[in-house]
Design a protein around this ligand. Structure first.
Ligand SMILES: [Fe+2]
Length: 199
């Protein structure tokens, strides 16, 4: 299993480095590797979860975005299973991982989803609060991903993304406790200022 997982990770790394992918300069280091680290820490808390399934889901959850930015969700569902089977994964495992990503992408009732979905969803939502992820919207905002956006429009987008992550994706209590201050800080960066800065 570990060889197959390593092969899939290698494949995703190569695809994510394609200059046609808008986030190719930073996506592996500042997104996928951070999602993986947080997911592995959550696995320590939830030993009943399948660690192989979680690891594959980490590297699968944005596969469609990397391959076809405009059709990210359908692309993951279409391209995920055949690529995993080509790399030697059992077809039923490949389909399960993809079905679980479909649940994750629905951002609906994630708190009732299988634990592997909650781990990857929570890790994904938390990862956006780590490193330069949110600032890439600013960095790329003037040219590639969001051309012509004003600073105020970018702030509104960052706030909406932060709130969607926090309210729909980050379900596991360990993740919510650990990341609550980061979440509030991001909202502040997006313009939600406290009444007072000191006590
Ligand atoms: Fe992601």
């Amino acid at each position: 299993m570990q060889n197959r997982i390593a092969a899939f990770k290698q494949h995703v790394r190569a695809e994510a480095a394609n200059p046609d992918f808008v986030h190719h300069k930073w996506f592996v280091q500042w997104h996928l590797e951070i999602v993986e680290r947080i997911a592995k820490e959550l696995l320590e808390v939830y030993p009943q979860a399948d660690p192989d399934l979680v690891e594959v889901m980490v590297w699968l959850h944005d596969y469609g975005k990397i391959l076809d930015f405009a059709n990210e969700y359908t692309k993951t569902l279409e391209a995920g299973p055949p690529k995993l089977v080509e790399l030697g994964f059992d077809p039923s495992f490949a389909q399960k991982a993809t079905d679980y990503i479909e649940i994750l992408d629905s951002k609906t009732d994630i708190d009732k989803a299988p634990i592997e979905v909650q781990i990857v969803s929570s890790a994904d939502g938390c990862s956006h609060m780590v490193g330069p992820f949110m600032f890439t919207i600013w960095h790329e905002g003037t040219d590639k991903t969001f051309p012509g956006k004003t600073m105020e429009e970018l702030m509104v987008m960052n706030k909406a993304k932060s709130e969607k992550d926090w309210n729909k994706k980050v379900t596991l209590p360990e993740a919510r406790v650990a990341f609550e201050k980061r979440h509030k800080h991001l909202l502040e960066i997006a313009g939600e200022l406290p009444e007072r800065f000191l006590i």
